[in-house]
Write a protein of this length. Structure first.
Length: 394
């Protein structure tokens, strides 16, 4: 935006100067036609001559820059045409497409690279767009016409004053040319610095974006690594806990064989007392709810089958000290899915699972054929449930 504003300001000033030159040359041409013989030109003629020379001198630097920019625009457009000829589909945005191919080292990159380098070099100088270059070329053509008229019509008719004025202005023009050259060099330097600053800003923005992307990638990698580490730790903890549970089950089976079911239940309740009060009450409450339900509905096989791998069971009861021994003492038996009584999975609506899946199953004696055994079994369940209710009040 700043470059465009500077270009438009320069164009407006140059247009005003060219218009002034055209008016001065037209007036001098009228004056020259009135000069006869060796008549001395009037003071107005001298003033106009000096003014037109001054205007042309002041325009010299701007004119040179304008011509160079117009030439650079024309050369750049020619390079774009050459690039389009080498690109598939002859795209309008040929520089960008060519840059992408060169960056990716794609097909034809070697042929595109020198043209792309030339286009990049010209873009720094060709600050005019195509339409602006046309306007500037028209303005320069008007200036050339006025200068040609000045040299061919006015100067010969005013030869007596021209020599003197030219000598007077020679030194001034030389100084002005030096100043103009210095100003032009400074302007080129400013434009180059502006372009350099733009490129630096683009590079800084790209670097910041790449740094942000790298940081995000690193953060994502760290997040994934932390999640994997946490998952490994959780798995290790689970395996360790499962191992501890298996050892506890083995010890339970040993004690059950040694002391019998009633004594095993008593020992397990004693071991539960080592838990925190809240945990103890949760366990006793869970066991009482389970056995109370079985005692209330002994014929409901669903209440007497526990899937050992159920996370809800493990979280509330299965991993607690003494629970496995207590359930085994009550009468629950450890089964694999494949060894469950025939018809039981279908009867309780058990979903499919691996043959090695483990269950605890409490078998109900046949009430019709073994009524006495069933009565003893049921009375024991009621007694254990009642004991658990009392323990909840501790």
């Amino acid at each position: 935006d700043l470059v465009l504003e500077r270009v438009m300001t320069e164009f407006r000033k140059a247009s005003a100067s060219v218009e002034a030159v055209e008016k001065l040359v037209a007036a001098l041409a009228d004056d020259a036609s009135a000069v006869t013989g060796n008549a001395e030109p009037s003071e107005n003629v001298r003033v106009r001559w000096a003014e037109v020379q001054q205007q042309l001198s002041e325009l010299a630097s701007t004119e040179a820059k304008m011509r160079r920019r117009c030439e650079a625009r024309a050369e750049l457009e020619a390079v774009k045409v050459d690039l389009r000829a080498l690109l598939p589909g002859a795209p309008e945005d040929s520089i960008r497409i060519a840059q992408e191919i060169v960056d990716a080292k794609g097909d034809g990159a070697a042929a595109l690279e020198p043209l792309l380098a030339k286009a990049t070099e010209l873009e720094v100088v060709a600050t005019y767009g195509v339409k602006m270059a046309e306007k500037v070329n028209d303005l320069l053509a008007r200036l050339d016409t006025a200068r040609q008229r000045l040299n061919s019509e006015v100067a010969p008719a005013l030869s007596s004053v021209v020599s003197k004025l030219e000598n007077e202005h020679a030194a001034l023009e030389e100084a002005q040319q030096r100043q103009a050259a210095e100003a032009a060099a400074a302007e080129v330097q400013r434009e180059a610095e502006a372009q350099r600053q733009i490129m630096e800003n683009i590079m800084d923005a790209n670097k910041q974006r790449l740094d942000a992307l790298r940081e995000a990638e690193e953060a994502e990698k760290r997040k994934i690594a932390e999640a994997e580490a946490a998952e490994r730790q959780a798995e290790e903890a689970r395996l360790a806990e499962d191992d501890m549970v298996r050892r506890a089950e083995q010890e339970c089976e040993r004690r059950l064989a040694e002391v019998g079911s009633d004594e095993a239940c008593g020992e397990s309740l004693v071991s539960m007392l080592g838990m925190a009060v809240g945990d103890f009450r949760d366990v006793v409450e869970g066991l009482e709810a389970m056995l109370g339900a079985v005692a209330s509905e002994p014929a409901d096989a669903r209440l007497r089958l526990i899937r050992v791998g159920n996370e809800g069971f493990h979280k509330r009861l299965g991993r607690r000290p003494g629970v496995w021994q207590f359930l085994r003492g009550v009468g629950f038996v450890n089964y694999l899915r494949e060894s469950l009584p025939p018809g039981l999975p279908a009867a309780v609506g058990l979903p499919p699972g691996p043959a090695s899946e483990r269950f605890l199953w409490l078998k109900e004696p046949d009430m019709m054929n073994e009524y006495d055994a069933w009565t003893i079994w049921h009375a024991r369940l009621l007694k254990v449930a009642s004991l658990l209710q009392q323990l909840q009040k501790m």
